[in-house]
Design a protein around this ligand. Structure first.
Ligand code: MN
Length: 231
């Protein structure tokens, strides 16, 4: 096989305790999946799950050993952090039932769904797609993936992010409106899930702006945390 130009490299995420990396297929994101965050965005908190995507190459690997650096993106004056539990799919499928969802999960990671909030808000107002607010380059920092068997009781874990050492978001994964299994059930009716898919499961309340020079340090109890600086 030859190509008219070199194909892009496979996007991948390190796996805790393994030499092999997790190759990324798609990035699905769940919108407004914690009640208090839905409320701060002006909604009731009670609605069926909805989804948007980011391209796989928006991933920025934030290795545990060092702070990853992301540039302050273009076109925005209101860049928001959204700390999220990320589910890594190891076995694909469609119409997966919630009670079977666990068999499809390879592991979990900590992610940041970085958002150009001003652009997203304007697109919402105009009834246009969110892509420019959500799916911009380097918008999906992620830490190493912990295999599910080593992740502990992820469904009752604390989730948090600090900016320059001060709490911004702190909640519990148990407060997800649609839990991980239910999210996989819904998502797999709309798309056939594939090994390598990542699901950013939604963010709790406390989303706010970061500026150049800020460092975000985030975690989910039981997983390797991430540290990301905005340059
Ligand atoms: Mn989000």
């Amino acid at each position: 096989m030859s190509y008219v130009f070199p194909p892009p490299p496979v996007v991948s995420v390190p796996v805790v305790g393994r030499a092999e990396r997790f190759p990324v297929h798609r990035i699905y994101c769940v919108g407004r999946n914690y009640e208090e965050h839905a409320k701060e965005m002006g909604f009731t908190g009670r609605e069926p799950p909805f989804f948007f995507l980011k391209p796989a190459d928006t991933i920025v690997v934030a290795d545990a050993s060092q702070t990853a650096v992301i540039p302050y993106p273009s076109l925005t004056a209101n860049l928001h952090h959204e700390i999220e539990l990320v589910v890594a799919i190891g076995k694909g499928g469609r119409n997966i039932r919630a009670e079977d969802a666990g068999q499809h999960i390879f592991g979990y990671a900590v992610g940041l769904d970085m958002t150009r909030r001003d652009l997203q808000t304007e697109m919402k107002k105009q009834g246009r797609p969110w892509c420019i607010g959500k799916a911009y380059d380097q918008s999906a920092p992620i830490g190493p993936i912990t295999p599910a068997t080593d992740a502990g009781d992820i469904h009752n874990a604390t989730i948090w992010v600090q900016v320059n050492g001060s709490d911004r978001q702190r909640s519990q994964v148990s407060k997800l409106i649609w839990n991980v299994a239910e999210t996989i059930e819904h998502l797999s009716t709309a798309w056939e899930l594939q090994p390598g898919d990542l699901i950013y499961t939604g963010t709790p309340e406390g989303v706010a702006a970061v500026v150049r020079g800020d460092t975000m340090t985030g975690g989910v109890e039981g997983l390797t945390g991430i540290s990301v600086q905005v340059a």
